[in-house]
Design a protein around this ligand. Structure first.
Ligand code: SF4
Length: 245
């Protein structure tokens, strides 16, 4: 099994998103689902996936702190594709979180807040699957630069499929506009990356696309796609070796 995965992991690097997805649905049947944070990458991947498998299961984390524009997008996607997006919630309502952890946890300890509202709900969902599909791309953040299109996910113990791993932002937008893919209207107002209202701002000209997320904190990920320490160390080693070449 491990040898098969290693073979596919290498082969899949030469596959287009449609080939990756076709292999994934043929291999994992009912036990695979697409996760999206409702960004433009996730919307493009939803469109590509729906054309291959209109019955695809899709879920998103609803932190209960999202923008009205994001909830509106969920409605538009469900209507356009005739699907129901499963929403994952924290065990704690925002009010319960404030009672247990104090006010404005996101401003004091965003890692803990993301863990409560995003990571743990996702962990519970992924425990029911054999594989998950995500729209992350390698050039989004340093944490994502080492992802493969098909790989074992040691953080959540299942297969992780990233069909857009080698796409650029331009490729994503070209596809979205060409195929009339629904997207968050905030993207047109200088919000290239959109999360919770408390932790997202518009970016200024020249800023990185993710500079508007957790501004003021040294944080670029909510924790869903952060490599495990051992994997991260491996990536650093590889990068160091490459730099020494
Ligand atoms: S993005 Fe901000 S508000 Fe949302 S879960 Fe993370 S820390 Fe909390």
């Amino acid at each position: 099994m491990r040898a098969d995965l290693e073979r596919v992991k290498i082969l899949a690097e030469g596959w287009k998103p449609e080939q990756v997805l076709s292999w994934a649905f043929a291999t994992y049947g009912e036990n695979i689902a697409l996760a999206t944070g409702m960004g433009v990458e996730g919307m493009v991947l939803t469109d590509i996936t729906w054309r291959i498998n209109p019955g695809v299961k899709i879920f998103t984390g609803d932190t209960e702190f999202l923008f009205p524009e994001t909830y509106d997008l969920m409605d538009r996607v469900e209507e356009k594709y005739g699907i129901k997006i499963e929403r994952l919630y924290s065990d704690l309502t925002p009010e319960e979180q404030e009672r247990e952890h104090g006010p404005r946890l996101w401003a004091r300890d965003p890692d803990q807040c993301c863990n409560l509202r995003k990571v743990e709900p996702l962990r519970r969902k992924l425990a029911t699957l054999d594989a998950w599909v995500t729209a992350i791309r390698r050039n989004q953040t340093s944490e994502r630069s080492g992802v493969f299109k098909v790989d074992w996910d040691p953080k959540f113990n299942l297969i992780k499929i990233c069909p857009l791993a080698d796409w650029t932002r331009k490729m994503v937008w070209d596809y979205a506009l060409e195929h009339d893919v629904p997207y968050n209207s905030l993207h047109d107002l200088n919000y290239p990356s959109i999360g919770c209202t408390h932790c997202t701002r518009a970016v200024q000209p020249g800023e990185d696309a993710r500079a508007g997320r957790w501004s003021g904190f040294g944080k670029t990920e909510c924790g869903l796609h952060t490599p495990e320490p051992s994997a991260a160390a491996q990536l650093v080693q590889l990068a160091t070796a490459a730099a020494d070449d």
